[in-house]
Write a new protein. Structure first.
Length: 157
């Protein structure tokens, strides 16, 4: 094999024109970053619980919100990876970029709102940062609806 053939065998995605879509590449990178942040957060929450750290166990609201941040950050990280991998094949080109942008914003806003909502909260109420969650949820809903419509418009030639 020649060097060029080895390079193609090692990186077959370079021949795929969709691989060069920067919007999808950024979304895939975001997905990996979300997992790299929120999976360890889950482990840290378990450690806080195991060592009975009062900052965490002293507020049921904080426990709930931080658990939601971990769960949403991880799940939305996987959603970014799945969309980034599938969009080039299943979503019409006009919708790809907008869906990637809306999904990316929602994947950051929702877990961030849950996490920050648990900082500076009173026992009965989260902090005002919780307002990021419905904004992220709305963006996620728009992204999912637009992706669904975009899937219906793909040419099946």
């Amino acid at each position: 094999m020649q060097t060029g053939e080895n390079d193609k065998a090692a990186h077959p995605q370079r021949d795929d024109p969709h691989w060069h879509d920067p919007r999808l590449r950024r979304l895939v990178a975001l997905g990996f970053w979300l997992l790299a942040v929120f999976v360890p957060i889950g482990l840290a929450l378990e450690a806080l619980h195991a060592f009975k750290v009062d900052v965490y166990l002293g507020s049921r609201m904080r426990q709930h919100l931080w658990t939601l941040a971990h769960a949403h950050g991880s799940a939305l990280g996987f959603a970014c990876l799945v969309y980034g991998a599938a969009a080039a094949r299943f979503v019409a080109p006009p919708a790809r970029g907008a869906v990637a942008r809306w999904l990316g914003f929602s994947a950051v806003l929702m877990p961030l709102g849950f996490f920050l909502g648990g900082i500076g909260n009173r026992e009965g109420d989260p902090s005002l940062a919780i307002l990021l969650v419905p904004v992220g949820g709305l963006l996620l809903l728009v992204a999912l609806l637009r992706a669904g419509v975009g899937c219906c418009k793909v040419d099946d030639r």
